[in-house]
Write a protein of this length. Structure first.
Ligand SMILES: [Zn+2]
Length: 127
């Protein structure tokens, strides 16, 4: 099961913020890389920038990770697999020439947008 397939509120806020700043992008575009399919939350195809908004719980944000009380082994395995998949996605993207930006869902949308704006060259937001 994908932890981050649904369009979450932090993603929506970040997308609105990016739009407000004039950036144009694709959302949930599946990238068919040589080794795996990756579906970043926000994609700038021209400059080849992939953005993920990682949920604190699933992706194990160091500030907010919590451990469910019951079924510890089950959760540990689930979290391990989620984080391992993140790293495989990062590696596959980097190998294919993509820049990966990950922001935590707890990050202020304006701060996250600034981080992204700093990487996207002006005038090359969509193509
Ligand atoms: Zn967090």
């Amino acid at each position: 099961m994908r932890a981050n397939r649904v369009d979450t509120k932090p993603e929506r806020l970040l997308r609105s913020e990016l739009h407000r700043r004039g950036l144009r992008f694709r959302k949930n575009l599946r990238l068919d890389l040589e080794r795996r399919h990756v579906r970043p939350d926000i994609v700038f195809p021209g400059p080849a920038i992939a953005v993920f908004v990682d949920g604190c719980f699933w992706h194990r944000c160091p500030k907010h990770l919590s451990w469910p009380q019951a079924n510890a082994a089950f959760w540990e395995e689930k979290f391990r697999r989620t984080v391992a998949r993140d790293r495989l996605d990062d590696a596959a993207l980097a190998e294919a020439g993509w820049k990966v930006i990950r922001v935590w869902e707890h990050e202020d949308p304006a701060d996250a947008a600034s981080k992204i704006c700093a990487e996207v060259p002006v005038g090359h937001t969509l193509r």
